[in-house]
Write a protein of this length. Structure first.
Length: 168
């Protein structure tokens, strides 16, 4: 029987964080607790399953048997890094993806949620050379869903971005 692996400490920490989010959100009014409860409960369930999987693997592993070489591509929890990903092109692709995330966060801060999310979808699709009609349909569809779901249906208006506050 094995003990709790060190990597499970991160999983346990995330479980505590999601549990705390659910605990703190429980006493709030409905509008304030809807988002944290949704994310917190889903995160808590998924992290619980992961922790159970890690513990099961640790407890059922026989330490007396010799360890066989495990192929990293056969369902391993971690991703294998290929030679392409270690090349200059791979690093540029990773940097581009981090740039998209940073751009989305900057857009949320500067121009607000309702403009930044559809704009990000449109620019991302355009960057990857999708058909213009598809880009337009997806961008408008994203704008309608984001505005309709969060502003109209859930009545959770997000704050305006800094640029909108300066202009209006």
């Amino acid at each position: 029987m094995s003990y709790l692996p060190i990597s499970s400490l991160l999983t346990l920490t995330l479980l505590v964080i999601f549990g705390y989010v659910v605990f703190e959100a429980a006493g709030q009014p409905m509008q304030a607790k809807l988002f944290p409860m949704t994310v917190g409960i889903l995160g808590f369930v998924l992290i619980s399953l992961q922790l159970g999987r890690e513990l099961w693997t640790a407890w059922t592993t026989d330490d007396t048997k010799p360890v066989e070489k495990i192929n990293q591509q056969d369902g391993a929890a971690d991703f294998a890094i290929t030679d392409v990903e270690q090349s200059r092109i791979g690093r540029l692709r990773a940097a581009e993806q981090f740039g998209w995330i940073a751009g989305l966060l900057a857009g949320l801060f500067l121009i607000g949620f309702y403009i930044a999310v559809p704009l990000m979808v449109g620019l991302y699709l355009w960057r990857h050379q999708e058909r213009p009609r598809f880009v337009l349909i997806m961008t408008v569809g994203t704008a309608v869903v984001v505005w309709g779901l969060f502003n109209q249906l859930l009545n959770l208006p997000f704050p305006q971005g800094l640029i909108q506050q300066w202009l209006f």
